[in-house]
Ligand binder design. Structure first.
Ligand code: GCW
Length: 662
C-alpha cells in the first residue's frame, strides 16, 4: 500500500529571500547519521524553496552566506544541538551525530513554519534520555489495538524491510524518538522466534536503517522462550541452566543484530508467562535477563502492568488499581542497573481519565519509564478525534512529593529526581499501514506531539498542535484555527460524553469501543463502577480499598476525602450519592446529564467548523476526516443517550433542564 509523508511532505511554500538563498550544505565530519541529516536538509530545501542546495565535500573557503554548516562540538548533552545564524550562514553544532540530525530537523521545522532566518539561535537538549514507541504488531500482520490498518513491520510471519521503514525512521527522528519496539508485548507463536536465526538477517537490516536515524531497535521478549522454543523444560530465573541459556542466546542475538537496544517484557500479566510460575519475583526475572544482555549494553524494560485478571466482581476488597504498586513497591532497589520499570500513566489502563500511577514517587532506587498510549484504545480508536497531549502534560506535571522540589512525574522520568540516566517515556504506537499512517489524519498529531513532548516536555500542547498543523497542512489561517480548535477541545469533549468523573470502563468488552455501561460490571477484570439506585463509584478511601493511601502526602489525604478530591476523579476514589454536590456546585447526576449533552454539542461545533474547510485541505485527507467526523457525531449521541438513560433509570432523578432522556 502507498503511503504519505505526514509532516515531512515538504510542500512548496512562499519563503523569504534568505531562506531561498540556501545553496550549499557542508558537514565537517563524516558519519552515517550525518549523511542522512545532510540529505534530509537537501531534500527539504529543494522541495520547499524550489532550489536544491548542493552537498559540499570541501569546506567552503569564505562566502558562507547561504550555507548550512554541520559541526560536531562538545558541550551539550547527548542528542542536544545548537542552531544559529552567523554571517548569513546557518550553523548546527552538536556533540554527536544524533544531535546534528535533530538540529537538521529543527532547521527544517523553522523553514516549514516560516520563522525568521536572521538571528536564529536555538539551543535544545532532550529532557528524557529514552523516547520510545511500543508497537503492538503481531507477526501475522495484525496489530493488537491497531486502528490504522495492518503492520508495516510484519506480514505472514515475515519481517518487511522496505522504503516505508525509511520514511518511518525519518518521521521518528524528526520528532526526536530514539527507540522503537516493533512487536507486541504479548509475544506468541512466530514472535517467540525473533531471537533465533530464523529472523536475524531481516532484523539486522531493519536495525541498520533505524540506526541511520539514531534509533535503536528493541524487541518484545517471551519470558518462557527457553521452554516454548523447545530447548528447556523450565524458565525458572534462579536455575543455573536457564541463566546459562539466556546468556548464550543473548550473545548470539547481539552478535547477529549489533544495533539492538534490548528488550521489553510483559510477564505474569494477562496470561503471559513470568517468574511467578516458579515462585520467583519480578526482580528475579528481570535481573536474570539484564545480566544476560549487560555485556552488550542492552536494556531490559520490564512492564509493571501486573494485576489479577481473574477477579470476582463480588469481591469489594481486591483492587486492580493497587496491583502495580503492591507488586513492585517492595522490590524498589533490587533491580540491576540496566533494568527499567515501565509504568502506565494510570493505575488501570489508559482510560480517558485516571489518577497518576502511584508507583511514580514510590520507587526511589529503580530506573523508571512512563508508558502512555497514543493508540486510542479507550479514547475513540482513531475514529473519534482525541488529542492526548494535554492529558500527557497533566500527567507529567503531577507532583509526587517524593522530594522537596523537582518531584513531578516529568522530573522522575527524565532522571532529575533520583539522578537516573536510564529513564524516559514510551507510547503505545498508533500507526499502521494505512496511507496516512494513523487512520484518522488528526491522530497523527498524537504521534508528532508524543515525540516532541518526550524531547521537550516544557512545550505546550497547543504549540505542538499548531506546529503539526502547519507542517502537515501548510499556513492557511482558517485551517490552522479550525484544526487547533478541534484538537484542543477533543479530549475534553470525549471525556464529557464518556464514562463520568473518572470512573472509566463503560465500554463493550474486549473491543473497548462504544458505550456499554455494565459491559465490565460483572466481569473478572477488576473494572467496576458499582452503580445502584442511590449512587455510584468505587470506594478507594481508607474505608474502602485503601488505594488513596498509596500516594504520598498531601496527595493521599486530598484523594481520600471526597471534599478535597478533584471532581474529575471523584468516582474513581469514592462511592457517592447521585445528589452529592460537586465542588462545581452541581449534583453528580446533573453533572452527568450536562456533560453528556454539552459534549455532543461540542462535537457538533467541531464538525460544523471542520466542514468549512472543504477545498482548503487536500481532498483525500478532507474526505477521510469528514467520514470519521460524521461517525463521531452519531456515535457521541449513542454515548450520551446510553449513559444518560442508564443513570436516569437507576436514580429516577430527572434532568433539571428537562432534556430528552430515554
Ligand atoms: O490495554 C490492555 C489491552 C491489551 C494489552 C494490555 C497491555 C497488549 O486491552 O490489548 O495487551 O493492555 O498493556 O499489555
Amino acid at each position: 500500500m502507498g503511503f504519505e509523508q505526514a509532516w515531512l511532505s515538504y510542500e512548496k511554500r512562499e519563503v523569504s529571500v534568505q531562506w531561498a538563498g540556501i545553496h550549499m550544505i557542508y558537514a565537517e565530519q563524516k558519519g552515517r547519521i550525518i549523511e542522512h541529516a545532510a540529505t534530509e536538509l537537501q531534500t527539504a530545501f529543494a522541495k520547499i524553496t524550489g532550489k536544491e542546495p548542493v552537498l559540499c565535500l570541501e569546506r567552503p573557503e569564505k562566502e558562507l552566506n547561504g550555507c548550512i554548516l554541520l559541526k560536531q562540538k562538545n558541550g551539550l548533552k547527548e542528542g542536544g544541538y545548537h542552531l544559529f545564524e552567523r554571517e548569513g550562514a546557518l550553523v548546527i553544532e552538536a556533540p554527536d551525530e544524533g544531535g546534528l540530525l535533530y538540529g537538521a530537523f529543527e532547521l527544517i521545522k523553522q523553514l516549514q513554519l516560516g520563522n525568521a532566518y536572521e538571528g536564529m539561535d536555538i539551543c535544545k537538549e532532550p529532557v528524557m534520555p529514552l523516547r520510545m514507541l511500543n508497537h503492538w504488531d503481531n507477526m501475522d500482520g495484525s496489530i493488537e489495538r491497531g486502528y490504522s490498518g495492518n503492520s508495516f513491520f510484519f506480514d505472514n510471519d515475515e519481517i518487511l524491510v522496505d522504503e516505508r521503514i525509511v520514511t518511518y525512521a525519518r518521521l521518528l527522528a524528526s520528532v526526536g524518538i530514539n527507540g522503537t519496539v516493533i512487536n507486541n508485548v504479548n509475544v506468541k507463536d512466530a514472535a517467540t522466534w525473533l531471537i533465533t536465526d530464523r529472523y536475524f538477517e531481516k532484523l539486522r537490516q531493519l536495525s541498520e536503517i533505524l540506526a541511520d536515524y539514531g534509533i535503536k531497535l528493541f524487541l518484545s521478549l517471551n519470558y518462557a522462550a527457553p521452554v516454548e522454543l523447545g530447548e528447556l523444560d523450565s524458565a525458572d530465573p534462579l536455575s543455573e541452566e536457564v541463566r546459562a541459556w539466556w546468556k548464550e542466546r543473548m550473545k548470539l542475538v547481539f552478535t547477529q543484530v549489533p544495533n539492538l537496544g534490548g528488550f521489553l517484557i510483559k510477564a505474569d500479566s494477562e496470561g503471559r508467562p513470568g517468574p511467578f510460575t516458579y515462585g520467583r519475583t519480578h526482580a528475579d526475572g528481570a535481573n536474570m535477563l539484564a545480566e544476560a544482555v549487560e555485556p552488550y549494553g542492552g536494556l531490559i524494560i520490564w512492564r509493571c502492568f501486573v494485576y489479577n485478571c481473574k477477579q470476582d466482581w463480588r469481591d469489594y476488597k481486591t483492587d486492580r488499581a493497587r496491583s502495580g504498586y503492591d507488586n513492585f513497591k517492595e522490590l524498589d532497589g533490587t533491580f540491576r542497573d540496566n533494568v527499567i520499570l515501565q509504568i502506565k500513566n494510570g493505575p488501570m489502563d489508559f482510560q480517558v481519565r485516571e489518577p497518576v500511577h502511584p508507583l511514580f514517587g514510590a520507587l526511589e532506587a529503580t530506573n523508571q519509564m512512563l508508558e502512555v498510549q497514543i493508540a486510542q484504545e479507550y479514547t475513540g480508536q482513531q475514529r473519534h478525534v482525541c488529542y492526548l497531549i494535554p492529558m500527557f502534560k497533566e500527567v507529567l506535571s503531577f507532583r509526587t512529593y517524593a522530594a522537596e522540589t523537582d518531584d513531578t512525574v516529568e522530573d522522575i522520568v527524565s532522571g532529575k529526581t533520583f539522578k537516573q540516566t536510564k529513564c524516559g517515556m514510551a507510547a503505545v504506537a498508533n500507526t499502521g499501514n494505512d496511507e496516512n499512517w494513523t487512520g484518522h489524519d488528526l491522530a497523527a498529531a498524537n504521534f508528532y506531539g508524543f515525540g516532541r513532548l518526550a524531547f521537550e516536555p516544557s512545550a505546550q500542547a497547543e504549540e505542538l498542535a499548531e506546529e503539526w498543523i502547519i507542517r502537515t497542512f501548510g499556513e492557511d489561517k482558517a485551517v490552522r484555527e479550525v484544526l487547533l480548535f478541534i484538537l484542543m477541545n477533543s479530549w475534553r469533549a470525549y471525556e464529557m460524553y464518556n464514562a463520568p468523573l473518572g470512573i472509566g470502563w463503560m465500554v463493550n468488552p474486549s473491543y473497548h469501543y462504544g458505550p456499554s455501561v455494565d459491559g465490565y460490571e460483572y466481569d473478572r477484570w477488576g473494572t467496576y463502577h458499582r452503580a445502584d439506585h442511590v449512587g455510584i463509584g468505587v470506594d478507594r478511601s481508607h474505608q474502602g480499598t485503601g488505594y488513596a493511601g498509596l500516594y504520598r502526602e498531601p496527595n493521599a489525604s486530598m484523594y481520600d476525602n471526597p471534599e478535597s478530591c478533584p471532581d474529575e476523579l471523584l468516582l474513581f476514589f469514592h462511592h457517592m450519592p447521585y445528589d452529592h454536590r460537586l465542588r462545581s456546585g452541581k449534583t453528580v447526576i446533573q453533572h452527568i446529564y450536562d456533560t453528556h449533552f454539552e459534549g455532543v454539542e461540542l462535537v457538533d461545533e467541531m464538525v460544523k467548523r471542520f466542514e468549512g474547510l472543504e477545498g482548503k485541505l487536500p481532498d483525500k485527507a478532507y474526505q477521510r476526516m469528514l467520514e470519521r467526523f460524521h461517525h463521531q457525531k452519531e456515535h457521541s449521541r449513542e454515548w450520551r443517550d446510553q449513559i444518560n438513560s442508564y443513570f436516569y433509570r437507576k436514580s429516577g432523578i430527572a434532568d433539571e433542564k428537562g432534556r430528552k432522556i430515554f
